[in-house]
Each structure stands twice: as C-alpha cells, then as structure tokens.
Design a protein around this ligand. Structure first.
Ligand code: CTP
Length: 401
C-alpha cells in the first residue's frame, strides 16, 4: 500500500497540546509526517516535542537564519504532501487562508496548495467560532473544497461552553484515514442526493412548502464527497459547495422529478433526503393574488418521486429514502421501504422538538430491506450522514461484487 504524505500545520491555540497524539496516530498507521508551525503555536508546544515524535525537522520560519532555505524551497513541502491538515486552526489563520494572506510560512504555503486535499480543524473560543465573520471565512474555505472537520461542543479552556473544542484527535485521524482509504477503494462511486424542501407556488410571491432546513442532505453530500464519491446534490436554495460536489437548484417537486428521471441511471446511489411537498396548488396564478376577498386553495397531489424512480432502478443501484413519521413509525417506514423499492429507509420522528427540523442533531432508525433495524442515538447530522453513507456503500458493494 502506498504510504501517504501528510503535512500537519499547527497554529497557536491551546489545543496544540493534543497534536503530538495526532502525529503519533499518523506515524503508527504508516503515514509520512512533516510539520509546519506558526510562531504562536511554538508558545504552546515546542518544536522539539514534535521533532522527537516525527524524527525530522519542524518548519516555522520562512527564512531560517544561517541557512539558504527560503520560502521558495519550502514550496517543496506542499509538493511533497498528499494531504494537508491544519490542526488546531485558529480563527486568525482561517481568516488569512480565506483571504489569501501569506504572512508566515504556513499561510504562505497555503497560497500554493490550492490543488491539494486540505483538512481544516477549527478550534477556538465559542464566541470566536460563532462570530459571523469566522463562519463566513469557514464557508469560503468550504466553497474552495477544503474539508472542514467541525469542532466538538463542550467546555473550553476559557471556561465557555459551546462549539469550538478541537475534535478529538482520534476522530480527526479516523476521518482522514477513512477518506484516504475510501479514495483508494470507493473512488468513482456516484451519488445523487436530494435535500431540503420543495416549494409549490400559489402565485408569483407565495408558495406552500414543507418544513426542512436541508442540513441532513448537505451533510450526506459533504460526507459522500469526503469519502471520494462523485456527488450531485439537488434541492431548493442550496448554497453552492464549490468543487466538492455539484449542486442543482430546483423549486418544485416536478422539477426535482424531471431532473432525477433524466440523471438517476448514471448514478450508483440515490439518497432522497428531500422533504418533497406532497401537495401543490391546482392552479398557479400568474399575477399576485390580491387580499381582501379571502382565498380557498385547491390542492392536488404531487407525484411520488421515489415511486416513479423505482421504475427506473436497476439491480446494481442502491436507493435510500427517508420517512418522516409522527406515529406507527416503524410500520409506516417499512411500508414506504417496500412500496418505493428502497434498500434502506431512515426513519425520523418529526414530533421531537430537540432534534430534526433546523437542528444540527437528529436521532434516527435505519431500516433495511432484510428487516434489519439499526437505532442511531441522538448525534450530529454530520455523524448520522456518515453512518448512512457507509451503510449505503456497504449495500452497494454487496450488490456489485
Ligand atoms: N418522497 C418522494 N415524493 C414525494 C414525497 C416523498 O419521493 N412526493 C420521498 C421523500 O423524499 C422520502 C420518502 O419519499 O425519502 C418518504 O417521504 P415521507 O414524506 O416520509 O412520506 P410520503 O411518501 O410523502 O408519505 P406520507 O406523507 O403519507 O407519510
């Protein structure tokens, strides 16, 4: 197996003390490791600590006194790297990378690393993390196809409680390692994923819709592309996610159906996370309906997209649906699994206030064609997404041995 080269960038956050363990994990698992630190990072952990672990020089300054090494030569570090991991990534370094500022060795290297696989592991005070400017900078990087390994929530060094704690280094390593192995094993698996609500117009300014933030579908697309899958995400008002995956924006269920009918044959795995509006106004007014006289809406049913697509499904494909239920959940979800010819259905209880709609968390039950059931406890949608995609890939592999 190829030994992968990982360049770890360490910036000046308290979580830097966790990075020796991350380095050990990479080395133990046969990765080659090189390290670049910012000056500030060396205030938290010395270069000597890391040099003892990786048994080679740690790079800090662009111009090293008494040597001929220059920033230009350090560009070789980027050429050497298969993967770049910045952990912890402070708000400051994230901002610099997002805006093309190269005022130290690490940020200068990032200016020449645009074609690399880069993982950013933010860690900072909760208020800094939630500050819109930091969120916007993270979004800029996401759009540029950086993989963001989101921080955990919990008590931070400063005493604040909330998101901002560096993800556990074991989890960081697992995600990156999985990505590397998935790239070797699953490259080329094609996912078509739907997300968010559909909207059905009443007139040019009004519509009816379903409650849905689209977060689950986006998390699925994020993870599937992180695993090396080729992803097309279809939905309403989704932001473009750069070159990580393609996005097509639609409004109405009927548009979603047409797009899927046109494309589904080219894909291996379909995940229908969209909250499709079951009903649409029978007549759509061309002009804004004036108030004053009341309005009685006549609705008609939208087509069932999954049912329509099941007619086009071939034996090699995996179809995954969701079931939004309020009662008789397992029974209803099973019925949908069969009627829509699915391989797996993800059951949500949509009455719970603490999870689901708009939340970053959910608690779901996976139900499989062979009647197997897997309960997933409450966890982040990003983590649930990884379980769903892993299961879908497992089923895909079993169908395509
Ligand atoms: N779905 C679909 N087309 C529709 C409605 C739903 O393809 N017109 C898909 C959803 O994306 C989801 C699955 O079918 O993957 C189940 O959706 P859900 O809303 O739970 O159930 P419905 O089939 O709409 O049935 P009901 O509303 O009666 O529970």
């Amino acid at each position: 197996m190829k030994k992968h080269n990982v360049l770890i960038g360490i910036t000046g956050g308290i979580a830097a003390y966790k990075i020796p363990n991350l380095c050990r994990l990479f080395i133990k698992n046969s990765y080659n490791v090189k390290i670049v630190m910012t000056e500030n990072a060396t205030n938290f952990v010395s270069t000597l600590t890391f040099e003892a672990i990786i048994r080679s020089k740690v790079y800090v300054n662009e111009f090293i006194e008494g040597s001929n090494e220059s920033a230009i030569e350090h560009i070789n570090l980027v050429d050497w790297a298969d993967i770049i991991v910045i952990a912890p990534a402070t708000a400051n370094t994230i901002a610099k990378i997002a805006h093309g500022i190269g005022d130290n060795l690490l940020t200068s290297l990032m200016l020449v690393a645009s074609n690399k696989t880069i993982f950013i592991c933010p860690a900072m005070n909760t208020r800094m993390y939630l500050n819109p400017v930091t969120q916007q900078n993270i979004e800029i990087l996401r759009k540029r196809s950086f993989f963001i390994i989101e921080p955990d929530e919990g008590e931070l060094a400063c005493g604040d409680v909330g998101p901002g704690r560096l993800k556990e280094v074991n989890d960081i390593f697992d995600l990156i390692n999985k990505h590397v192995n998935a790239l070797d094993n699953f490259k080329g698996i094609k996912f078509i994923i739907t997300a968010g609500p559909t909207i059905e117009y009443i007139d040019p300014v009004r519509f009816i819709s379903n409650r849905s933030s689209g977060k689950m579908g986006i998390a699925l697309a994020d993870y599937a592309s992180l695993m090396g899958g080729e992803v097309l995400l279809i939905g309403h008002l989704l932001q473009s996610h750069g070159k990580l995956f393609n996005t097509i924006i639609i409004d109405k269920a009927i548009e979603m159906l047409e797009l899927l009918k046109e494309n589904v044959k080219k894909y291996d795995i379909l995940i229908m996370a969209a909250a499709v509006a079951d009903f649409k106004p029978k007549n759509v007014a061309n002009e804004k309906i004036k108030k004053g006289e009341g309005l009685i809406l006549e609705l008609e049913e939208n087509p069932d997209i999954l049912k329509e697509l099941s007619k086009l499904k071939n034996d090699r494909q995996v179809f995954v649906g969701f079931a939004a239920e309020t009662s008789n959940s397992i029974e209803n979800a099973r019925k949908k699994l069969i009627e829509k010819n699915l391989d797996m259905i993800v059951l949500n209880n949509v009455l719970r206030q603490d999870i689901g709609f708009d939340s970053d968390y959910n608690e779901v039950t996976l139900i499989f064609k062979n009647n197997e059931i897997l309960q997933i406890p409450k966890m982040k949608k990003s983590e649930i997404a990884s379980i769903i995609v892993d299961k879908a890939i497992e089923i895909y592999k079993s169908k395509n041995v």
